[in-house]
Design a protein around this ligand. Structure first.
Ligand code: MG
Length: 155
């Protein structure tokens, strides 16, 4: 089965930028109830979607104090456990982060390692790509960051 995930977070000064479980040096960070890791959030929604298990809003409500400033990698581990409980496993994940700055490419392998470890997945089965929005729209104005993910899960 295939699942799709998409997430957006607003950017603001004085916030931390965490992507793929890696903390970035950045003037702007994401505004969120959790650590605002849009990439991991998109991947979680793709994984949940593949098994029709709802979405992260259902499993990690932003009204729940347990998830205040939560580490998204630990949320991802929780999602992985849900998948295992269904008797399923992850085949592969592809993803794209859309942002203007900073440059992600030098950090992609560190991000892949963090996420693959959380899922017990061979790193070759996890792809992270990055693109800018060519200065267009909310991403182009550096008002936010978006991420897309697709996951293949089988029983
Ligand atoms: Mg999110």
């Amino acid at each position: 089965m295939v699942g799709l995930g998409y997430d957006v977070h607003r950017l603001a000064e004085g916030e931390t930028l965490v992507l793929g479980g890696v903390v970035f040096e950045s003037r702007l960070g994401t505004v969120a109830h959790s650590d605002g890791d849009v990439l991991v959030h998109a991947i979680m929604d793709a994984l949940l979607g593949a098994l029709a298990l709802g979405d992260i809003g259902l499993h990690f409500p932003d009204t729940d104090p347990e998830w205040k400033d939560a580490d998204s990698i630990s949320m991802l581990k929780r999602v992985h456990q849900l998948i295992r409980n269904e008797g399923a496993h992850v085949l592969n994940i592809d993803s794209t982060v859309v942002l203007e700055t900073p440059r992600l490419r030098p950090h992609v392998d560190a991000m892949r390692k963090r996420i693959a470890e959380a899922l017990g997945l061979d790193v070759r089965r996890l792809s992270i790509k990055a693109t800018t929005s060519e200065r267009l729209g909310f991403v182009g104005r550096e008002e936010g960051i978006a991420a897309y993910a697709i996951a293949q899960v089988e029983f």
